[in-house]
Design a protein around this ligand. Structure first.
Ligand code: NAP
Length: 252
């Protein structure tokens, strides 16, 4: 079954991890893709691999903190593929990890810009394109951090990821009546280059926080993104979907 046949999707943060796995999965399901990230080489290799599978994809390298880039991603989808149906606003970064009294305002602002203002900029340009098409699906990558779990040294990240949930609920209230569904995806610890579990001890600790006593694979999170992006979730909007191995409910 192909779930995204003839759908046009933007995926940010496609150069590695969850976004990369999602790009491959969406392509397998027939979507035409505009792929964002700052690393040209990784994006070009991903496009080549999708085209090798017979899929359609175009890379547009840029920074999600840049309003012009948000606008250009949408313009590319419209110019190359005729419109926009889906956006997976997934780019993000843990940022500088320090306790709040030790965190500079510059580091705070940068993490908020990368993770939260980027979501605003994405929605600002993606929604009009979806409305022009008669509807669509927006998915934002949030996190268990800042929603079900408080993690030391992740204050800016937590605030940005919690902020996404508020933005999603507002957007869903504003645009679901017009056919645009808006949802957040909350991965648990996931085995990607961006994960902050950089020692065996940290990895064992994070695995232990999850009810499943493991972290996720990016492909597992990609399947939840596919669910939210596709008509499988046609009655789901304004939600915050955990794809987190039970990290939100574990107390043992
Ligand atoms: P990742 O492999 O490091 O991927 C992060 C992606 O975001 C990369 O493609 C990166 O591309 C892009 N990105 C970061 N800053 C950017 C910027 N300023 N402009 C444009 N692109 C930018 O890590 P990941 O784990 O897959 O992260 C994907 C999302 O999942 C993030 O929002 C993250 O917060 C969230 N998340 C991850 C976990 C986890 O445990 N891994 C858990 C919960 C939530 P370039 O480097 O090429 O710019």
């Amino acid at each position: 079954m192909t779930l995204l046949q003839n759908k046009v999707a933007i995926i940010t943060g496609a150069s590695s991890g969850i976004g990369y796995a999602t790009a491959k999965l969406f392509a397998e399901h027939g979507a035409k893709l505009v792929l964002g990230g700052r690393r040209d080489t990784e994006l070009a290799a991903l496009v080549a691999s999708i085209e090798g599978m017979g899929g359609k994809a175009h890379a547009l390298a840029g920074d999600v903190r840049d309003e012009n880039h948000a606008q250009a991603l949408v313009a590319t989808a419209v110019d190359l593929f005729g419109g926009l149906d889906i956006a997976f606003n997934n780019a993000g970064s843990a940022g500088v990890m320090k306790r709040i009294p030790d965190l500079s305002l510059e580091a705070w602002n940068d993490t908020l810009a990368t993770n939260l203002t980027s979501a605003f900029l994405g929605a600002k340009y993606q929604i009009p394109a979806m409305l022009a098409r008669g509807g669509g699906s927006l998915v934002f990558t949030s996190s268990f951090v800042g929603n079900s779990v408080g993690m030391p040294e992740m204050g800016a990240y937590a605030a940005s990821k919690a902020g996404i949930i508020g933005l999603v609920k507002t957007l869903a209230a504003e645009f679901s009546p017009l056919g645009v569904r808006v949802n957040a995806l909350l991965p648990g610890g996931t085995d990607t280059p961006g994960a902050t579990m950089d020692t065996p001890e940290a990895l064992a600790f994070v695995k232990g926080l999850h009810a499943m006593k493991r972290i996720g694979r990016p492909e597992e999170v990609a399947h939840s993104a596919l669910y939210l992006a596709s008509d499988l979730s046609s009655f789901t909007t304004g939600s915050a979907l955990y794809a987190d191995g039970g990290v939100s409910i574990t107390r043992t």
